[in-house]
Design a protein around this ligand. Structure first.
Ligand SMILES: Cc1cc2nc3c(=O)[nH]c(=O)nc-3n(C[C@H](O)[C@H](O)[C@H](O)COP(=O)(O)OP(=O)(O)OC[C@H]3O[C@@H](n4cnc5c(N)ncnc54)[C@H](O)[C@@H]3O)c2cc1C
Length: 418
């Protein structure tokens, strides 16, 4: 695309992290036309990770959550259209219609509509003392309930469920977590990491019950008596449901773009089945060159990087998307980081699991394909470089904390084996 005339517009639907990153990068790439960033939430674009962490246990100033300073949008000529739900894409006339009866024309359209919460039918949103967590308003509602809460049940032992569990426990609340699977997070983490996290939760008094689901819910006092599939029942004041998300594909699907349960299908440049419509971030089922396959990611690093990439390449061109993604999570006094594949054919531990500071390298064959760590920021930095380089390093070196991996790697750089 050319850098645009003033009457040409790039319209971005979805004012989350991917949308903001895309808006910023089209400007940085030199686009001179109109840039409109429209989102259905009323708040200026904000960061989601603190919603399951600091926001729940502190009176964190909401301005701290903003993704960009308020002046950023005006300074970069980005029109923010908040509290505006896009309802219809007219691809022939290249115009998007909003629920507030306005419409915006576009030269190029970028869909960064993210995900919505997966709903548990027996516990729909809106039931008293039942909470879901995706938006700022969700987090504020849960925060308001916490001072009156003695017992909390969390349905789903995923990362967000466990973050809420850790926060609630820290506030002195008795917490039970239900998990339908035999092992929580078994797909997202290697067994050593899983065991460590679950062990820490148990040490802090979080009661995690696996292989069980909710079969019935009765009002009991101000809270609920929850009957489980294993026949037991648990009484609780509040229930938090964290059973994952689904990509927001409805707008794209209604416009006839290629979509599936995996998201909006896009190529390596974020382009959908319509050359004038792109998608980025959590909603995009995208081609990643490095992985050599289609992929959808639900993490901060990817939403930022993919939004940036799609915005930049749609204006200025360039190579296809090939970023490696990863995530972090903070629970109790430990900080989890993961980059690249979260488990390998072999997982090599470096450091002390017992002392709560260690790194795990995930190998496929003899190549470092991923790295995860607990409270080990320095090794994590080196580990990321090894993953980026698809390094081959002997297991004996990776597992020996007395060897400085950065120095070892530098001195071995000339070796063709590395
Ligand atoms: C509570 C919580 C904690 C998290 N913690 C971590 C963490 O610790 N580490 C990590 O790596 N990741 C974390 N994540 C994940 C990370 O925040 C997300 O992957 C990232 O925010 C996705 O960004 P996105 O822009 O693709 O989508 P979203 O953030 O979902 O933004 C999409 C926006 O589009 C809007 N929208 C949808 N449809 C329409 C429409 N038709 N019209 C207008 N607007 C529309 C949505 O309302 C939303 O505002 C967390 C997420 C949550 C919810």
């Amino acid at each position: 695309m050319s850098t645009g005339t003033e009457d040409e517009a790039i319209l971005i639907i979805g004012a989350g992290l991917a949308g903001v990153s895309a808006a910023e990068s089209v400007r940085k790439a030199g686009f001179a036309g109109r840039v409109v960033l429209a989102g259905d939430e009323p708040d200026a674009p904000y960061d989601r990770p603190p919603l399951s962490k600091s926001v729940l246990c502190s009176a964190e100033a909401l301005s701290n959550l903003e993704l960009r300073d308020p002046a950023f949008y005006a300074e970069n000529g980005i029109e923010l259209k908040l509290a505006s739900t896009a309802e219809l894409i007219e691809r022939d006339s290249r115009r998007v219609h909003f629920a507030d009866r306005t419409s915006v024309p576009y030269k190029k359209l970028v869909l960064t509509t993210g995900s919505s919460l997966r709903i548990l039918p027996i516990l729909p949103p809106g039931m008293p003392n039942v909470f879901y967590l995706r938006r700022l308003s969700d987090a504020l509602a849960l925060r308001e309930a916490l001072p009156q809460t003695c017992r909390m049940m969390i349905v789903g032992a995923g990362v967000i469920g466990l973050e809420v569990a850790a926060t609630a426990r820290t506030l002195g609340i008795a917490v039970t977590v239900l998990e339908a699977a035999a092992t929580p997070m078994a797909r997202a983490m290697c067994p050593t990491m899983c065991d460590f996290i679950l062990g820490k939760h148990a040490d802090h008094g979080v009661h995690i019950r696996t292989n069980t689901t909710v079969v019935n819910v009765d009002r009991f006092g101000a809270g609920y008596r929850v009957t489980l599939s294993d026949g037991d029942s648990v009484d609780t004041d509040v229930i938090v449901v964290g059973i994952g998300v689904v990509p927001n594909i409805g707008l794209a699907a209604a416009a006839g773009l290629t979509v599936s349960a995996n998201g909006i299908h896009v190529n390596e440049f974020g382009q959908t089945s319509d050359e004038n419509v792109y998608a980025a971030g959590e909603v995009a089922f995208h081609y990643n060159h490095r992985a050599g396959q289609m992929d959808r990611q639900e993490n901060w690093l990817h939403a930022a990087a993919h939004g940036e990439h799609v915005g930049r390449t749609l204006v200025a061109g360039g190579p296809g998307y090939n970023e490696i993604s990863g995530y972090w999570s903070d629970q109790f006094d430990f900080s989890i980081q993961s980059f690249g594949m979260p488990k390998g054919d072999r997982d090599v531990v470096r450091g002390s699991v017992t002392n709560g500071s260690f790194t795990i390298f995930h190998l496929v064959g003899d190549v470092v394909k991923g790295v995860s760590s607990i409270n080990a920021a320095r090794d994590m930095r080196t580990g990321k470089a090894l993953v980026r380089d698809s390094a081959r390093i002997p297991e004996s070196v990776l597992s020996d904390p007395s060897i400085d991996l950065g120095k070892w790697r530098q001195s071995a750089m000339t070796s063709p084996a590395v």
